[in-house]
Write a protein that binds this ligand. Structure first.
Ligand code: IVH
Length: 698
């Protein structure tokens, strides 16, 4: 009977089917609980689908054996992939965080510097609570609600229109007058604490699942397949922003816009206020913090936004977050628990990270059993020993960390931890570079841990993001020798006659077909994602984008990298160093990577399978689109940062030095050697006034 779980549904005896159905009911209920109530799914969507599918096929063969508690009788929330996808017309951004008053002061200073404001000019900010819900985008055309979507990954969300239409505070048609023809509002869907408690009490009374917190309840309620269930859940909606709009010209401030949104039938946060001085903003933050426990909804901070809309437009965004807004978070939640052990994790660059294994404890509504100890110095600094009682802290989505040790509670025999001098996986020596606090395994390619971590990084969300191929599957495929480098992922389908993935635990015909479809979809991928996915040290999303922006195609990038790696005196290496934002550390890491024959082989093999798409500069009809620009000397009207951001937004590349490839030099007073070089090379030179006109900043 132990084998029943492995037999195809068609081969089961009735007796085995009884056992299988019982096992599946229990397992699926467990996954549902972890997904809905704990917000901590332990299987991929594909695996979950496969379980439900198997349950359904066994029930189809043995209808008389369908259990009372069968998963097929419960309408669950749809697993990812069950809703149609919606591409956001403008990306849904996230927010940078401030954790202290000083961070807020710095935020305002950054704005002043970017905009080049005079000392006596005030920067008015709005402040409102940051609600712990989920964001949604709702589109109106000619005043009628057309599409409602979840945030998803910020670029593509899920179409939950029917469900959102059941939410109080989301009008089906706009009220009042003066709304633009196309209006996409963005805001937070949430459940009030009191409604959450009532819902859980009702669920408990009928033995149905209870939710861990209001956020999970709101998320689970919104992602129901059946909108009638969503309609019975008391969801609310506050607008806090907008996406695509056909015309907002008549508004000059957020405050005005907010009033208009209310007139059109939306609710905005009643605690939203406008302030001109830092002290007043911080005082408002403290007030909201003091009222937090008494509010009927969960909040985790206060969001500040620049009130002037023209300034917002000029400030723009930097890597997924606007420059004009910030979330001032409340202090992290803390709890005490016991340190049971310390594990060493090996990262994709060989970094050895000590991880505290804790007696599970609830910190701010989430069960924590692992926390990072960062590195050997940190263990030393904390003076922590195994067996100690420690304070752990969890702030937002970041990995929980061990904050301090309660020395008074130290038990007899608490053990000191000796940091290993060898990699726990491949046993190679672990070393510490001069200016680094991190011990690294020197095993490189022979270290299985590094190899598997690199593969996990390759498929991670901001890299190739292959649905149905998470860390768990990668680890299992790697362990069983199915994949050893990224290219192997793309040959899985061709090899499947032999591999028979559908027979592996957690997979079935459908989920394997879905997986192959998801992999096929990624045979074409944005150049910057491709670069980020390679996992080169110091090449995070930002640098990957800079590189894509500069080299435009994978061909020219690789040619440049090979030339640079072969000769540090080459023009290619100089060009790399000249990319504004790429420093020597990054350049060196790239060169180190491409110097290794093995890395080049990995990239070549991958390129046989995947086609990175050329970087397409933002489509603008500006004259400077596609040009390479150098700014030199002092700019007097706009700051260097704004000039650069503007040039990039118009599709130009900004370089730090003048070469034959430079198209345009913008020279202000005090320009020296760069101006001279530009003149020598016959590059067009313009002054700031011309630049302002050219960039449409006047
Ligand atoms: S403004 C550019 N205001 O926080 C994004 N966001 O961490 C502008 N959120 O995805 C968002 N309350 O879903 C804004 N009052 C508030 C908010 C808020 C909650 C969420 C929002 C966003 C996330 C960013």
């Amino acid at each position: 009977m132990a084998d029943a779980a492995e037999k195809p549904a068609d081969d089961l005896t009735a007796e085995e089917a009884v056992a299988e159905l019982a096992r599946l009911a229990e397992e699926i209920a467990g996954h549902d609980r972890r997904y809905y109530a704990e917000d901590a799914p332990s299987v991929s969507d594909a695996e979950y689908d496969a379980l439900r599918q198997r349950n359904a096929s066994i029930e189809a063969r043995f209808p008389e054996l369908v259990r009372e508690d069968s998963p097929s009788k419960r309408v669950g929330a749809a697993p990812a992939g069950k809703f149609a996808k919606v591409t956001h017309a403008r990306p849904m951004l996230s927010l940078d965080n401030a954790f202290s008053d000083q961070d807020v002061a710095d935020f305002i200073d950054r704005i002043r510097r970017f905009l080049g404001l005079a000392e006596d000019e005030t920067v008015a900010l709005t402040a409102e609570p940051k609600i712990d819900g989920l964001s949604a985008a709702i589109r109106y055309e000619a005043g009628e609600l057309t599409v409602g979507a979840t945030r998803g990954d910020g670029q593509v969300g899920e179409d939950v229109t029917a469900n959102l239409k059941t939410v109080a505070g989301i009008p089906h048609a706009l009220a009042g007058a003066g709304w633009p023809d196309i209006l996409e509002v963005r805001g937070e869907v949430f459940m009030a604490k009191s409604d959450f408690q009532a819902l859980n009490a009702a669920q408990e009374a009928v033995d149905d699942k209870v939710f861990a917190n209001p956020r999970n309840a709101a998320a689970g309620s919104l992602r129901q397949i059946d909108p009638e269930i969503t309609a019975r859940r008391p969801l609310r909606f506050f607008v806090h922003g907008w996406g695509e709009v056909s015309d907002f010209e008549c508004f000059t401030t957020l405050i005005e816009l907010n009033a208009a949104l209310q007139g059109w039938g939306f609710q905005t946060n009643p605690m939203l206020e406008r302030f001109e001085a830092l002290d007043a903003i911080i005082a408002h933050y403290r007030r909201i913090e003091a009222e937090r426990a008494g509010l009927d909804y969960d909040i985790d901070g206060v969001v500040y936004k620049v009130d002037r809309l023209d300034w917002q437009a000029r400030l723009g965004m930097v890597s997924r977050a606007p420059r004009w807004a910030i979330a001032h978070k409340f202090p992290a939640e803390k709890a005490q628990t016991k340190l049971l052990d310390i594990d060493i994790q090996v990262g994709r660059t060989g970094a050895l990270t000590p991880v505290a294994k804790l007696e599970p404890v609830t910190v701010g509504g989430v069960v924590v059993s692992n926390a990072t100890l960062h590195n050997a110095d940190e263990i030393e600094r904390l003076g922590v020993r195994i067996g100690d009682t420690v304070v752990v802290q969890r702030a937002g989505d970041v990995i929980p960390q061990v904050l301090s040790v309660i020395k008074e509670k130290r038990p007899k025999g608490a053990k000191r931890f000796k940091f290993p001098d060898r990699c726990p996986v491949c046993k190679s020596l672990a070393l510490r570079e001069d200016d680094d606090v991190v011990m690294r395994c020197t095993g490189g390619l022979i270290c299985e841990a590094q190899r598997v971590e690199r593969l996990k990084h390759f498929v991670s969300r901001n890299a190739l993001d292959i649905e149905g191929l998470g860390t768990k599957q990668i680890a299992a495929f790697f362990a069983d020798g199915l994949i050893s480098q990224p290219a192997d992922i793309f040959t899985l389908e061709a090899r499947n006659a032999e591999l028979k993935l559908e027979e592996r635990e957690g997979f079935g015909e459908t989920s394997v077909a879905n997986l192959f479809a998801a992999i096929r979809e990624r045979r074409s991928v944005a150049l910057e994602r491709f670069l980020f996915a390679l996992g080169i040290r110091h090449v995070g999303q930002m640098n990957a984008r800079l590189l894509a922006q500069n080299y435009l195609s994978v061909g020219s990038l690789l040619a440049a990298m090979r030339e640079a790696a072969a000769d540090l005196e080459s023009a290619a290496y100089q060009e790399l160093l000249n990319i504004d934002g790429v420093g020597p550390k990054v350049a060196e890491a790239l060169v180190d990577f491409f110097r290794e024959a093995h890395n080049r082989d990995v990239v070549d093999a991958l390129l046989d399978q995947v086609t990175p798409e050329d970087f397409v500069p933002p489509e603008t009809d500006s004259e400077i689109a596609g040009k390479t620009i150098v700014f030199t000397g002092t700019l007097e009207q706009v700051t260097r940062a704004e000039a650069k951001a503007r040039a990039e937004a118009l599709g130009a590349k900004v370089s730090g030095s003048v070469s034959a490839k430079t198209d345009l030099v913008v020279a202000g007073p005090g320009a020296g050697s760069k101006l001279k070089k530009a003149t020598e090379l016959g590059v067009t030179v313009i002054d700031e006034a011309k630049w302002i006109a050219l960039a449409g900043l006047s």
